[in-house]
Design a protein around this ligand. Structure first.
Ligand SMILES: [Zn+2]
Ligand SMILES: [Zn+2]
Length: 275
């Protein structure tokens, strides 16, 4: 699966050279990800509890309580830090400091992962400051290190989730917001979870962030000369969602990559005051 990821990255870079800057750091990490094999912890979930959660609109887990393989994620984070600290990056000294912390105690990485999952920006900048790194760098590395463990959990649980019965703008598995959407060949819209990658169908004329269904304040724009991508926005909450139309492409990469490869659309949305 990770091998596929690298192939997708190479294809995207070839087809859309502008995406190279965003995808190259991820490619480097993806090569290291091949070396870990996270285990999804067996989770006992009673069918009744799951049904009730689903009916009431509660995700299966809250982000902070996801039963993830943190040991695998810690191992991967160390690999990332070791690899990048040995390059000629300007922040290599900070990366080495972080590696030392990660080696000294498992608690340091554990705390970093929890902070990222909780989206506690204040705590994150403290962790980053301690090792002289940009918070964005440490956050990116932590997130990518968590990815294989999160995917292992999603793969183990996804079949138990009735996404058809889920009619909310947040993820049925972890409660996170969507970071992208796509139109299937059938024309149905699916949302993609920013954290675990779960996908679920959602009405086309409705904002997943504030539930607005008023056609007057919902809309979209497209980038010039770029077919197949739209940016849907909502003037009520001023949020936006990048959306890919699968009909327009022969092959679509995992949405996590499509997301990285379309950063120019984020800039365009930001220029128009959407966030
Ligand atoms: Zn999720
Ligand atoms: Zn909205």
């Amino acid at each position: 699966m990770i091998q596929d990821l690298v192939q997708h990255i190479d294809r995207l870079i070839q087809q859309r050279p502008a995406a190279k800057t965003a995808l190259t750091p991820f490619r480097e990490l993806a090569l290291l990800m091949v070396q870990v094999d996270p285990q999804a912890k067996p989770v006992e979930l009673e069918k009744e509890v799951m049904d009730i959660k689903q009916q009431e609109g509660f995700p299966l887990f809250s982000k902070e309580d996801l039963p993830l393989d943190f040991d695998a994620a810690t191992g991967l984070l160390r690999k990332f830090l070791e690899h990048l600290g040995a390059t000629d990056r300007d922040d290599r000294e900070g990366l080495k400091k972080a590696l030392k912390k990660a080696h000294d105690t498992d608690e340091w990485s554990r705390n970093l992962f929890k902070t990222i999952l909780k989206q506690d920006e204040k705590a994150l900048s403290l962790i980053a400051k301690e090792v002289d790194l940009d918070p964005k760098v440490i956050q990116f590395l932590g997130q990518v290190a968590l990815t294989p463990s999160i995917h292992a959990l999603r793969d183990a649980l996804s079949a138990n989730i009735d996404t058809e019965g889920w009619d909310y703008g947040y993820c049925p598995l972890c409660g996170s917001q969507p970071d992208m959407a796509y139109f299937a060949k059938t024309g149905r819209r699916y949302l993609h979870c920013e954290l675990c990658g779960e996908e679920w169908a959602f009405s086309r004329i409705r904002c997943p962030f504030c539930d607005n269904q008023d056609q007057e304040t919902l809309g979209y724009f497209e980038a010039e000369e770029e077919e197949g991508f739209r940016v849907y926005f909502c003037r009520e909450c001023m949020r936006y969602l990048k959306t890919i139309d699968k009909k327009a492409f022969e092959e679509v990469a995992p949405l996590k990559l499509e997301n990285l490869a379309t950063i120019h659309l984020d800039l365009l949305a930001n220029e128009n005051n959407f966030k």
